[in-house]
Design a protein around this ligand. Structure first.
Ligand SMILES: [Zn+2]
Length: 414
């Protein structure tokens, strides 16, 4: 008998990318789900996308504090099935057949996804849940597991760190059960989001009279810290900026005896002479591989992308099988990553590859390309059809972010 496995992922792009790794998949539909079936190492694998969160905290006022009941010192978050409004995009988990914001009846109920996934699970021998490899993905995996288990109890969690053949085989070798600790971490985070975010946002609305403003669990304390540091900085530091005739700007932070210096220069009518001008050559080590925060910083500085935009583009590059998972704080590079660098550099010159040793080999890596091609090659391969990206077309921003990730050096501004 041929074994068959159902693989559930969040996004349709990821589903298509996975299914296309092993040739042209067969496509069918069941309810709202599109299933791509392909033979992967003697196993028929059907890949389907459950499209993001299945459940979320309710907002109804009659159950606990912002959807969390407190009983005997225990916190009990109450989750409901997510519904989404086609008209205004609003998402909620309190039930009801009308959008709470725009009152439209044109809504999508995630129960339809659950129903289809349950029916689908009965058609396969086992179920793989391959949602993104972080706490949020673990929570979605947990939801799916709980909802599907009565229909197929042979459920495994897969972790993809790159959507490639290697990433898939690696994930299959390391299949595991859902990590309840990670799920708990995510539940706590969601409760904090809700409690802190909700209360602080209401303060903002009161103060500024605008419902567009929101305050979050993380960004609010960080903003406070930045304000504090800025005030401290203004209090203490002096910056002396000298603009020379040729346009060169020299900044001197905290010049010693600023008053004396200014006075002396004024008396002398600012005749500056350069006594010592040297040129030197230095070997500059490349910066470490990108973590999420470093990528966001450079995406803003060099590509003018907001954090939300940059994350969206990184997510699409990941799902298209071009980069490793983009939510990471690791700067390690796996053996696979090193061999990709070697392969790429050897095309340029045989002695360019000088690997650094990285700390522990773990599942998590920095963000890096998963193919030994740079952005120029990527454009070329896609143009001539050598590389089929089973997703929407890559935009200029995608290519430029990919370029940053390849070089670790910001691209020139066009
Ligand atoms: Zn609506």
């Amino acid at each position: 008998m041929v074994r068959a496995a159902l693989m559930l992922v969040e996004s349709p792009t990821k589903a298509r990318t996975i299914a296309h790794l092993f040739g042209r998949p067969f496509r069918r539909r069941l309810g709202p789900l599109t299933i791509y079936e392909a033979a992967i190492g003697g196993v028929i694998v059907g890949v389907a996308a459950t499209q993001g969160h299945i459940t979320d905290l309710i907002t109804r006022g009659d159950r606990g504090v912002h959807g969390v009941e407190i009983r005997d010192g225990r916190f009990i978050p109450v989750y409901g099935v997510v519904r989404r409004c086609y008209n205004c995009g609003e998402q909620w988990a309190d039930g009801g057949d009308r959008c709470p914001t725009c009152k439209s009846e044109d809504i999508f109920d995630k129960s339809e996804i659950i129903e289809a996934a349950r029916r689908l699970a009965q058609q396969y021998n086992e179920v793989y849940i391959a949602t993104d490899p972080d706490a949020e993905g673990e929570k979605i995996a947990f939801d799916l597991m709980c909802l599907i288990k009565p229909f197929n109890s042979n459920i495994h969690r897969l972790e993809f760190h790159e959507v490639t053949r290697r990433g898939l085989l690696n994930a299959l070798r390391n299949k595991r059960s859902v990590d309840v600790h990670l799920v708990e971490a995510q539940l706590l985070r969601r409760i904090e989001d809700r409690w802190i975010g909700f209360e602080l946002s209401m303060k903002l609305w009161e103060r500024f009279g605008s419902r567009w403003l929101s305050a979050g669990r993380v960004q609010t304390p960080v903003l406070g810290w930045i304000v504090e540091r800025t005030l401290e900085h203004r209090k203490k530091r002096n910056l002396l900026r000298i603009r020379l005739a040729g346009g060169l700007v020299i900044d001197i932070l905290d010049p010693k005896n600023l008053e004396d210096l200014l006075k002396a220069w004024e008396e002398k009518r600012l005749r500056v002479r350069i006594r010592d001008l040297r040129e030197e050559e230095r070997v500059v080590n490349p910066p470490p591989p990108y973590t999420t925060d470093a990528l966001l910083r450079d995406a803003f500085q060099y590509l003018r992308l907001t954090a939300a935009n940059a994350m969206q583009i990184a997510q699409e590059l990941f799902e298209a099988g071009l980069i490793t998972y983009h939510r990471t704080d690791a700067t390690t590079v796996s053996q696979a990553g090193l061999s990709i660098a070697r392969e790429y550099l050897s095309q340029i010159s045989p002695d360019l590859f000088t690997p650094r040793t990285y700390r522990v080999e773990g599942a998590h890596e920095g963000i890096r390309p998963v193919k030994p091609i740079d952005s120029e090659k990527l454009r070329y391969y896609i143009r001539i059809g050598l590389l089929a990206i089973p997703a929407r077309r890559l935009t200029e921003a995608h290519y430029r972010m990919y370029e940053i990730l390849c070089t670790l050096i910001p691209p020139p501004i066009h």
